[in-house]
Design a protein around this ligand. Structure first.
Ligand SMILES: C[S@@+](CC[C@H](N)C(=O)[O-])C[C@H]1O[C@@H](n2cnc3c(N)ncnc32)[C@H](O)[C@@H]1O
Length: 204
């Protein structure tokens, strides 16, 4: 694991409890509706990447079989608790999305929510998603990205180092461009909040 990956992983281990404590606050408003919308699109064998404290687990449809990974052990501990609270069967594994331990073309659906802002090498991670996704599969993402509005974009650039330090997330990631560079096709790009929070449907 690279130094950057190791420090990001350690940061998430440190702040896992903060995520857990603040989650009811962060889930207020539209976030839970957006999560539901994403999970309504899941089918077949599903991979959730960067499961975190397991905020999505309650929305897993009964009809799908889910494997969920995270590279932070502490985050996974909270996700395990969630799975048991909601009585969901989920194969939770400690794994780095930049080096997935799954065979090529394993999953029908891959879901990420607020993950590619923090993956240390996003292109490497996205290429791994492409590899483990079936050829007729789908990648569905709920991600925040850098705004294309010049002033807002510059403010996001300026605030980025502070936000990374506090919550580990880069608020100025250009995930759409990263998807293109990884040869993943963005079929639907829906703006949920300004041009910052997006629901993306991709094919490979
Ligand atoms: C901001 S949290 C989002 C958690 C969850 N998806 C949600 O919607 O609440 C980002 C998560 O991605 C995980 N993560 C970041 N980089 C990763 C990587 N390279 N491999 C696996 N998980 C990673 C972090 O450990 C953290 O749990």
């Amino acid at each position: 694991m690279s130094n950057t990956s190791d420090s990001t992983r350690k940061r998430y281990n440190r702040i896992a409890r903060f995520f857990k404590i603040t989650e009811s606050l962060m889930e207020k408003g539209k976030m839970s509706l957006w999560r539901k919308a994403v999970w309504n699109e899941a089918n077949g064998k599903v991979l959730e990447v960067g499961v975190g404290t397991g905020k999505n687990i309650q929305y897993y449809p009964e009809s799908v079989e889910v494997s969920a990974i995270d590279f932070s052990e502490k985050m996974l501990e909270f996700a395990r608790e969630k799975a048991s609270i909601y009585g969901k069967k989920v194969d939770l594994r400690l794994m780095d999305v930049q080096a997935l331990d799954f065979a090529d073309e394993t999953f029908d659906t891959i879901i990420t929510t607020c993950v590619f802002c923090s993956v240390p090498d996003p292109i490497k991670g996205l290429k791994e998603l492409k590899r483990v996704c079936k050829k007729d599969g789908q990648i569905i993402m709920l991600e925040h990205v850098r705004s294309k509005k010049p002033l807002v974009g510059i403010i996001m650039d300026l605030l980025n180092p502070i936000v990374v330090r506090i919550v580990g997330a880069n608020i100025n990631r250009n995930t759409i461009e990263n998807l293109k560079q990884s040869n993943i096709n963005v079929k639907i790009e829906k703006d949920l909040m300004l041009d910052i929070v997006k629901h993306l449907k991709c094919s490979i």
